[in-house]
Each structure stands twice: as structure tokens, then as C-alpha cells.
Design a protein around this ligand. Structure first.
Ligand code: GUN
Length: 290
């Protein structure tokens, strides 16, 4: 990967590594001071290979941070009642501070009811209605979903002067990335536009927006072109698409070099921050535990 003059390639991988070292230190302090070892329970239903890879890497990162990892692999035939019972047991377990139910769930399960059965204090994904509502209202006790949290940490890193007053365009309106990202940018006093898969003529919208910050999270490989951007824009690429065996983002990376002032690569940009933020949310949940 070559670096054109003027475009800073945001090294999410090494930033996430530093964050994880810091989290491990704080976890060790929590243990020494209060005898609490943070514990994260990850529940996987079915045998989707991609989900299996995610669950493994979450477990490994959790253990490397000195936290306890509890992995539960349930068969695809698991019923709603069985899964609710599993979550109820984890809700009641004082060793478990964070609960993550890997999505997507098999189609016969009601995802909303499952997610909302997680105690909000243990909802380290920030997906329960209560955490969504708290986030939307800007309450400080909201647990923020890991990927948008990671994006905000990277943005603050490249904008030490602050985000207030900047124009931001979020492409994507998912509950997991687009919507929370827009909430957080608004909370940071940005002027926010949300585009999505049904937006007409997205090229013209991006060009006309002259956005200082562009967050791409639509799941369309290399859709956003450098020529659409304002000179000096900051580009956060949340996309993970596999094209002919190669991982690419939602942004045509090479075309942005020399135009963007900073950009996250795929892989090695936002992805590693997501897991680091899951550990951060778990550590905070443990710190708040009685
Ligand atoms: N599947 C893909 N990404 C995620 C995530 O961030 N959380 C959960 N629970 N499932 C996912």
C-alpha cells in the first residue's frame, strides 16, 4: 500500500492494539482493587462459519485482555424458550458482566425479543431498546454499539481540534452502524446527513454534500469514489466485502489517495477497533457491577 502525499492512512490495527493494552491494564487494576475479573459471555446459535470466526476472535481477545470468556454454542434447532432461558441464566450470573448474542440468529427466532431479554447493564452490544433510547437521548449511561464507538474514537484521534461544526455524511442506516453513527456525530455537534440504499443518485448527493467526514456503511464494495469527495475529507470505511477472495471496503480506497486527508483501510481500519470496543464495553460493565 503506497501513501500519496497528504492522505493519512488511519492505522486502526495498531490503535486498537494500544487500546487493548490499556484495557488489560485497567482490567488488572479492577481485579486488584475490587476482586472483579470482567467476564464476557458470547452466545452463538447455529453453525454459520463466518459467525464462528467472529466468536473465536472475540473469545481470544477477551482472554488476552485478562478477562474471562464464556462461549456457548447452541444448535440451530434451539427454541426461543431455550435461548431466553440461557440468557436469563447469564443475566443472573454475577461472573458475567457482558452478554453478546451473535447475530444473525436463525430465522425461527425473534431477534428483537431475544436481544431485549438481555439486562441492559450487560448489553455490551448496545442493541437493547433501552440502550438505543438512552443513546438517542444522549444519556451518558447508554452502552454504545462497538463499531460506531470505534469509528468515533478514530475520528477524535484524527481531529484533535474537535468535531463540532463539521459536516458529516453517513451512508447506511442500519441499527448496528448507520443510525448509531449518526446519533454520535450529532451528539458531537456535527451537521449530519444520512444516505442509504434507496437514496437517489448517491454520487450527486456525496459531491453536493461537500462533507468534511464521510462514513460508508452500506455493504456495497468500493462504491464511494475519491472523485466524489471534497478535498481534505476524512473517510471512515466500515464496509467488509469479499470480492474474488479479497477483502474490500465500501470505499474505492486507491481513488481517495491524494484527495482525502485521512482514510481507514480495509482490512486494518475500523475492524480491529470493533473488538477493542467490545472489551471496553465489557470492562465498563464490570466496573459498574455492584
Ligand atoms: N454480527 C456481526 N456483527 C455483530 C455485532 O457487532 N454484534 C453481534 N451481536 N452480532 C454481530
Amino acid at each position: 500500500m503506497h501513501q500519496a502525499p497528504g492522505t493519512h492512512i488511519i492505522d486502526g490495527k495498531s490503535f486498537a492494539e494500544r487500546l487493548r493494552v490499556d484495557i488489560a491494564l485497567r482490567a488488572a487494576k479492577l481485579k486488584a482493587a475490587r476482586g472483579i475479573t470482567p467476564g464476557l459471555a458470547v452466545v452463538l446459535v447455529g453453525d454459520d462459519p463466518a459467525s464462528d470466526v467472529y466468536v473465536r476472535s472475540k473469545g481470544k481477545a477477551t482472554r488476552e485482555a485478562g478477562m474471562n470468556s464464556y462461549e456457548f454454542r447452541l444448535p440451530a434447532s434451539t427454541t426461543q424458550a431455550e435461548l431466553l432461558a440461557k440468557i436469563a441464566a447469564l443475566n443472573a450470573d454475577p461472573q458475567v458482566h457482558g452478554i453478546l448474542v451473535q447475530l444473525p440468529l436463525p430465522k425461527h427466532l425473534n431477534t428483537s425479543d431475544i436481544v431485549n431479554s438481555i439486562r441492559p447493564e450487560k448489553d455490551v452490544d448496545g442493541f437493547t431498546d433501552l440502550n438505543v433510547g438512552r443513546r438517542s437521548k444522549g444519556f451518558s449511561n447508554a452502552i454504545i454499539p462497538c463499531t460506531p464507538l470505534g469509528c468515533m474514537i478514530l475520528l477524535r484521534e484524527v481531529c484533535p481540534q474537535g468535531l463540532a461544526g463539521k459536516t458529516a455524511l453517513v451512508i447506511g442506516r442500519s441499527e448496528t452502524v448507520g443510525k448509531p453513527m449518526a446519533d454520535l456525530l450529532l451528539r458531537a455537534d456535527c451537521t449530519v446527513t444520512i444516505a442509504h440504499s434507496k437514496t437517489r443518485d448517491i454520487e450527486t448527493l456525496v459531491k453536493d454534500s461537500q462533507a468534511d467526514i464521510v462514513v460508508a456503511a452500506v455493504g456495497r464494495p468500493e462504491m464511494v469514489k475519491g472523485a466524489w469527495l471534497k478535498q481534505g475529507a476524512i473517510v471512515i470505511d466500515v464496509g467488509i466485502n469479499r470480492v474474488n477472495g479479497k477483502l474490500v471496503g465500501d470505499v474505492d480506497f486507491d481513488s481517495c489517495l491524494g484527495i482525502a486527508s485521512a482514510i481507514t483501510p480495509v482490512p486494518g481500519g475500523v475492524g480491529p477497533m470493533t473488538i477493542a470496543c467490545l472489551l471496553e464495553n465489557t470492562l465498563r460493565a464490570a466496573g459498574h457491577a455492584a
